[in-house]
Structure formats: C-alpha cells, structure tokens
Ligand binder design. Structure first.
Ligand code: NDP
Length: 245
C-alpha cells in the first residue's frame, strides 16, 4: 500500500530534473500525478516510467507563463477530482547571471513571470482545491540564493525570495486548516539548471535529482505537520527560521 494511495498530486516542471524525480516518487507511493511542463517528450518519458511501475499520470503540456492556462488547469482539476492533495510548485528558470545593471528587461520580466507570477497564479488556482483535501500539502521549490545575495545572482535570488514570501504568507493564512505549506532549498543538484549556472563544475560531484527528491517526498505525506518552514535538503532538516507566533 502506498502512503499516497487515492491522492492527487500536481507537479510543475515534471519533464526533467528535480520535478521529474519527485513526480516518479509520488506516483510510486500511490498518487495520481498531474505532470506539467512544456516538453512533451520529457512528460511522455515520465509517463512511460510511471505506468511501467504500475502508477497513473495525467500529462499537461503547458507553458506556465500562460496565466489563463493555469486557471484552466485549476478548473479541470476541480471538474475531474473536486480537490487536490499535493501541489509541487517546482518549475523555474535561472534567468541570467549578470550584474543587476546589465540584465535585459525582457529576461528580467520573463524570469519574474515564470518563477513568481506563475507560482502565485498556481497558488491562487489550487488553494480552494487543496483546502478540500483532508491533508493538503504544498511544496514550493526555493533556493539558498533567496538568502545569500551573491553577486550576479540578483534576478534569480529576487524571484526565490518572492516565492518564499508568498509561501510563508500562505502558510500563515492556512495555519488553522489541514493544509501544510513549506518551501524547499534543494541545494546544488545535478540538473540542466545547475549546469547552466555552473558550467565548469563536474556534475558527478553533485547529488542526483532522485536523491534530492527522496528527501523532499516526506513534505507531501499526510503525516507532515510542519507549515511555513524552509526545508534544507542538504542538511535533511528544516532551517531554524520560524514564522512569528
Ligand atoms: P531544470 O532546469 O532541470 O528543470 C526545470 C523544469 O521547469 C523543467 O521541467 C522545465 O520543463 C520546467 N519549466 C521551465 N520553464 C517552464 C515554463 N515556461 N512552463 C512550464 N514549465 C517550465 O531545473 P531543476 O530541476 O534544477 O530545478 C527545479 C527547481 O529547483 C527550480 O525551481 C529551481 O529554482 C530549484 N533549485 C534548483 C537547484 C539546482 O541546483 N538544480 C538549486 C536550488 C534550487 P520544460 O522546459 O519542459 O517546460
């Protein structure tokens, strides 16, 4: 018996990287996975793997910068299942590593739209559905960059700080409901995004997305009691940051 049998989980950025691995683990634990990304090939590969292991998926090829598309997705979930049990807001982009004064407006706006506005829109679309679950769980992928303010990482850092702020406010709003909302700092992980950020690094020196996803999975389970926290994957524990009482 899976710990998520009969539950419905939505994972964005499920075509590769951390989202792909987490989608597989959620399905292996019994969840029906709604997998969202733009690349149909990646989604189909995920679908093949999950089905071969006896799991179930619904593939949603969608560009998350299409806000009306996110709204339609929420409507479709409401119609088919009437609720959502797990949201993993994982899709994201690095934008560009550059001095703040050199970032092109188009790049700034595109990265903000995907990482921040789409995350907000997803929260807005799924909040009523997650509240209908007896154990709604929301996981928002953040980054250590949200706090480190490293030179040239300003754009990405600003988006991740904004995502954390949204998630923590949402956790405060829902504290007295069964919904639990947490952020995750996955740490450096062997994915396409990390290779783009650190082209000189040996990917073999980094944890795989499967290893990282295994540590994130407990946040999706009904027995997760924490909310409004940031889970640090490398440390395998919640950070000391707590919301004010
Ligand atoms: P990848 O680049 O490997 O994967 C990103 C995923 O997001 C892909 O599935 C991609 O699918 C999807 N995505 C990107 N743009 C869009 C879009 N416009 N619409 C829909 N989906 C989109 O990233 P990671 O797995 O490395 O990162 C996952 C999360 O973890 C991100 O939020 C990232 O910020 C965070 N993170 C990662 C770290 C790392 O070291 N890897 C470290 C810290 C945080 P497609 O292109 O098919 O649309």
């Amino acid at each position: 018996m899976g710990r998520l049998d009969g539950r419905v989980a939505l994972v964005t950025g499920a075509s590769r990287g951390i989202g792909y691995s987490l989608a597989k683990l959620l399905a292996a634990d019994g969840a029906h996975v709604i997998a969202v990304a733009r690349t149909v090939g990646g989604l189909e590969e995920l679908d093949d793997e999950i089905k071969a292991a006896g799991g179930a998926t619904t593939l949603v090829p969608l560009d998350l910068t299409d806000m009306a598309g996110i709204d339609r997705l929420g409507g479709a979930i409401a119609e088919r299942w009437g609720r959502l049990d797990v949201l993993v807001a994982n899709a994201g982009a690095l934008g560009v590593l550059a001095p703040i004064g050199h970032i092109e407006a188009k790049t700034f706006e595109k990265t903000m739209t995907l990482n921040v506005t789409a995350t907000w829109r997803l929260i807005r679309s799924t909040d009523p559905l997650l509240r209908r679950s007896d154990a709604g769980r929301a996981i928002i992928l953040s980054s250590g960059a949200a706090h480190s303010a490293k030179a040239f990482w300003g754009l990405y850092a600003a988006t991740k700080a904004a995502e954390e702020a949204l998630a923590r406010s949402w956790a405060n709003e829902t504290m007295n409901s069964p919904l639990r909302v947490n952020c995750v700092n996955p740490g450096a992980t062997r994915t396409a995004m990390r290779a783009l950020a650190m082209p000189g690094e040996d990917p073999a020196s980094l944890p795989t997305p499967a290893e990282v996803a295994a540590r994130i999975l407990p946040l999706a389970l009904p027995d997760c009691t924490e909310t409004g926290r940031i889970f640090d994957v490398r440390e395998n524990r919640f950070t000391t940051y707590r919301m004010p009482e």
